[in-house]
Design a protein around this ligand. Structure first.
Ligand code: AMP
Length: 470
C-alpha cells in the first residue's frame, strides 16, 4: 500500500503536499517524498520515516513551485532500499518528470526483462520504474503523454494509481479495473488528486469524485482535462480498502467508508445475533463496525481496550515475536469494564490471527466471562498480489480453516465473520466490480502463480499486449 498526491495551485504547493501526505500517513509509514517543479527544474526531498520526521519547515520552504507530487510508502514490491523511495525523478530529452505510484504490477518481471534485453538499465527494484520506462519509450517514439498512458494501460497488469509531474503539468491515471483508489478535488487555489478524500479535506478543499478506472486527468496552468483511456468490462475495486485500509472518514466512489463499516456491523448482528453485556471495539479499526453492531442490537457500546496512540500498526513489525509483543503494548484493557461480563469484541479482520489471539487472552485475563468475536470482513483465504501486504497462505490463519477452527485457535467463545454477500451489499457496488481476491482466491486479472481453479479474470487482461516493442 502507498499514498499518493498531486497538487496544482496558484501558490507554492510544498506545504499543501505535506498536509495531504500527513492525512495519508496510514497508507505507508516506511518513507515519504515530495517533488515540485520550480519553473525550470525539479526540487525534491525524500527519506525514510514518517511525514513529520522527513520534512522540516526549512526543507518544505526549499521545495519551490506551484505544482508537485508526493508519496508515502509501504513496500509491497521492491526491497527496503533508499533508491525505492518515491517519487521517482528523471530527465529525458530535455523533459523533467516525477512519478508516484500506488499499486503492484504483476507482470513487472516480464516487462523489466524486455527492457533489459534491449540494454536498458534499472536503478531500483521497484515496479514503479517500469512505468517511467514505458513513458520515456513512448516519448522516444514521438508519442504524447496520452499515448504513453495508453501504452501503460495496454501493457501493465496489476494495480496502479499514478500521479505524474511532466514539465510543470500534472497528470494522474488509474488502472482500468480501478483496483487502488484515486480521487480528485478542488481547492480555492487549484486542484488536488489523491489516494483518499481525507487529503482533500486536509486542504479544506472540495472532493469532486473518484478518478474513473482507466481515466487520465491532465491539469495544466488553469485547466483540468479528463480523458477515458481504457475501459475494462468489469471493475475490481479492492474490498480491503473498505474493510481496513482506507480511513473511516474517506469517501470512496461516493460512499463514506465509516458508513460502509457501520452497515457491515449491523449485518453481522443480523447474521449472528448474540446476547451480551457490552459491545467493545478493537480500536481503531473495529470501531465503526462495533457502532453499527451496537445500534442494531441495542447492546451498549463500551470501550474495554484503550489504544496507545503513539504506536504504529502492529503488522509492520518484521518478525512474529516482535508483532506479538507489540500487540501487548498497543492495547491496554480496562478490567472494570470487562470483569464478569459477556463481551462482543468487534474487529475489522483476522489476518494471521496473532492480534485476535493476544487480544482475547488480554480480555480473558481482565476477567471476561464470554468473548464473542465478530469480524467485519469475510474469512481471508488467499494472498493479495495487487498492493496489500497480505501474507502467504501458510501465514493466513483462515486459508485452510473454517470459522469454527479459527474460533478454537484464537480461543473465543463464539466467532462470526460477515458473509461476502452482506459485505458487498454494504459497499453498495456490484460484486463483479470488486476485487474479492483475498476472500475467494479469484482476482480481476490473471495472476500467473496463483493456484486458483476459478479463472474469473476479465477478457481485457487475456488480450493484454505482452510485448513492449510491438
Ligand atoms: P493479525 O490477524 O494478527 O495478522 O492482525 C490482524 C489485524 O491487523 C487486523 O485486525 C487488521 O486491523 C490489521 N491488518 C490489516 N491489514 C493487515 C495486513 N495486510 N497484514 C496484517 N495485518 C493487517
Amino acid at each position: 500500500m502507498c499514498g499518493i498526491v498531486g497538487i496544482r495551485s496558484t501558490a507554492d504547493v510544498s506545504f499543501s503536499l505535506y498536509y495531504a501526505l500527513y492525512a495519508l500517513q496510514h497508507r505507508g509509514q516506511e518513507s515519504a517524498g515530495i517533488a515540485t517543479f520550480n519553473g525550470s527544474d525539479l526540487c525534491k526531498h525524500k527519506d525514510y520515516g514518517l511525514v513529520y520526521e522527513v520534512f522540516s519547515e526549512q526543507t518544505l520552504k526549499s521545495l519551490e513551485g506551484n505544482v508537485g507530487v508526493g508519496h508515502v510508502r509501504y513496500p509491497t514490491t521492491g526491497e527496503n532500499l533508499p533508491e525505492n523511495i518515491q517519487p521517482f525523478l528523471f530527465k529525458f530529452r530535455g523533459h523533467v518528470i516525477a512519478i508516484a505510484h500506488n499499486g503492484n504490477l504483476v507482470n513487472y518481471r516480464e516487462l523489466r526483462a524486455q527492457f533489459e534485453d534491449r540494454g536498458q538499465i534499472f536503478w531500483s527494484t521497484s515496479d514503479t520504474e517500469i512505468i517511467s520506462k514505458i513513458i520515456t519509450e513512448s516519448i522516444r517514439k514521438g508519442g504524447s503523454i496520452e499515448d504513453a498512458v495508453k501504452k501503460c494501460m495496454a501493457l501493465l497488469k496489476g494495480s496502479y494509481s499514478v500521479v505524474m509531474l511532466f514539465d510543470g503539468d500534472l497528470y494522474a491515471f488509474r488502472d482500468p479495473h480501478g483496483i487502488r483508489p484515486l480521487c480528485f478535488g478542488r481547492t480555492d487555489e487549484g486542484y488536488i488528486v489523491a489516494s483518499e478524500s481525507v487529503a482533500v479535506d486536509a486542504l479544506n478543499g472540495r472532493y469532486e469524485r473518484d478518478v474513473n478506472p482507466g481515466e487520465m486527468i491532465h491539469i495544466t496552468g488553469d485547466e483540468i482535462r479528463f480523458k477515458q483511456i481504457a475501459v475494462a468490462p468489469q471493475k475490481g475495486h479492492c474490498v480491503f480498502e473498505y474493510i481496513y485500509f482506507a480511513r473511516a472518514d474517506s469517501y470512496i466512489d461516493g460512499a463514506l467508508v465509516y458508513d460502509v463499516r457501520r452497515k457491515i456491523g449491523a449485518k453481522i448482528f443480523e447474521e449472528s445475533p448474540v446476547q451480551a453485556d457490552a459491545v467493545c471495539t478493537v480500536p481503531d479499526s473495529g470501531t465503526a463496525y462495533a457502532v453499527g453492531f451496537s445500534e442494531i442490537s441495542s447492546i451498549p457500546f463500551m470501550e474495554c481496550l484503550i489504544k496507545n496512540r503513539y504506536m504504529g500498526r502492529t503488522f509492520i513489525m518484521p518478525t512474529q515475536k516482535k508483532r506479538e509483543n507489540a500487540v501487548r503494548i498497543k492495547l491496554n484493557p480496562i478490567p472494570d469494564h470487562i470483569r464478569d461480563k459477556s463481551i462482543v469484541l468487534v474487529d475489522d479482520s483476522i489476518v494471521r490471527g496473532t492480534t485476535s489471539r493476544r487480544i482475547i487472552e488480554t480480555v480473558q485475563g481482565a476477567g471476561a466471562r464470554e468473548i464473542h468475536m465478530r469480524i467485519g470482513s469475510p474469512i481471508i483465504k488467499a494472498p493479495c498480489y495487487l498492493g496489500v501486504d497480505m501474507p502467504t497462505r501458510a501465514e493466513l490463519i483462515g486459508s485452510d480453516k473454517d470459522a469454527e477452527e479459527v474460533r478454537k485457535s484464537i480461543n473465543a467463545t463464539s466467532l462470526h465473520y460477515v458473509s461476502i454477500e452482506s459485505m458487498v451489499n454494504a459497499i453498495g457496488l456490484s460484486e463483479h466490480d470488486l476485487c474479492l481476491g483475498c476472500l475467494t482466491g479469484c482476482y480481476p486479472i490473471e495472476i500467473r502463480d496463483e493456484r486458483s481453479d476459478n479463472r474469473c479474470f476479465s477478457m481485457v487482461d487475456r488480450d493484454v499486449q505482452t510485448s513492449l516493442f510491438e
